[in-house]
Design a protein around this ligand. Structure first.
Ligand SMILES: [Zn+2]
Length: 304
């Protein structure tokens, strides 16, 4: 191995911890995945340190390390907050991992890492303003401007999912209860469980989002109607984002981004809600798929 600067990314997820080493061209030199120790903060620290050591021994050199994780670090205390891996909340993860690994680390929310990865060499490459969203069990989001992740004092830039669904119809009010304590959040409509709940309330059954999407592809009438309501809600929700940050590209990732009919359906409907005579924002599927999170974590450190 030559002395080229390599960047290591860790995606610290609730069920797995994945690591990758990228070179300056974004080419992967190695990748490893281990199970996340469940509910055990100390064991999670050990697992991340072991994974970094393993990857560095594979490439034969020390790397810069970026870490993506659910939740974020509080700017005032440095402690983890808002993580659905709850054993991390309130812990000094950043400081302790820096001590253990003996170098400065960079941390970001997993949806932010997704957005960064897609903005750098994914579906949003060459775009000045990219809004990246992961639509699966939740609806995370991140904003990248000129290849720089937008990071504000509250650590919540791009968290569109806990705004209200805009331009609500009468039957959408007050909207489903959200775990954040409010009702009618975008996440309660657009997440996979939100889609499944909407379908079940209208037609019964207990299909999950993936099955409903497949049924719609096969022409099932009820599933098609559910997807029509869903795409209209997504058009409204994204029009609200376009009206604020006017992105060149919106990139979709997560399980529901695999629904091919969504892209045209949403981008033809959002015109009605965006405050402009025409809408040139593109809606694109993630290029790196499930790898965007870990690749974006590596990209938290710029090329040297
Ligand atoms: Zn909410």
């Amino acid at each position: 191995m030559d002395n080229e600067k390599l960047r290591l990314g860790i995606d610290l997820g609730g069920t797995k911890i994945e690591g990758v080493v990228l070179d300056a061209e974004g080419i992967e030199h190695c990748r490893e995945r281990i199970a996340t120790p469940q509910g055990d903060y100390a064991a999670t620290l050990d697992a991340v340190v072991a994974l970094v050591s393993c990857l560095e021994s594979e490439v034969g050199q020390p790397c810069s390390v970026g870490i993506g994780m659910p939740g974020s670090l509080s700017r005032s205390t440095g402690l983890v907050k808002n993580s659905n891996s709850v054993c991390l909340n309130g812990q000094p993860l950043h400081r302790e991992l820096e001590l253990r690994l003996g170098r400065p680390l960079r941390f970001a929310n997993d949806a932010d890492c997704f957005a960064l990865s897609e903005a750098i060499d994914g579906a949003g490459r060459d775009a000045a303003i990219v809004f990246g969203v992961i639509i699966g069990t939740g609806t995370g989001g991140g904003i990248v401007v000129n290849r720089q992740l937008l990071s504000g004092p509250n650590g919540i830039a791009g968290e569109w999912g806990h705004n209200s669904l805009p331009w609500p119809q009468t039957e959408e009010l007050p909207g489903p209860a959200c775990y954040c304590g409010r009702q009618g959040c975008i996440e309660t409509w657009l997440s996979g469980p939100g889609l499944a709940r909407d379908h079940q309330q209208r037609y019964g059954g207990s299909q999950d989002a993936c099955t409903i999407i497949q049924l719609a592809e096969l022409g099932d009438t009820n599933a098609c109607l559910t997807m029509q309501r869903y795409s209209n809600r997504m058009a409204r929700a994204l029009a609200g984002v376009i009206n604020v940050i006017d992105p060149d590209v919106i990139v979709l990732g997560g399980g529901l981004s695999n629904c091919k009919r969504l892209y045209n359906a949403v981008s033809t409907q959002w015109d009605a809600y965006v405050f402009s005579d025409r809408v040139d924002t593109r809606l694109e599927r993630a290029r790196h798929g499930d790898s965007s999170g870990v690749r974006g974590a590596a990209c938290l450190w710029p090329l040297q």
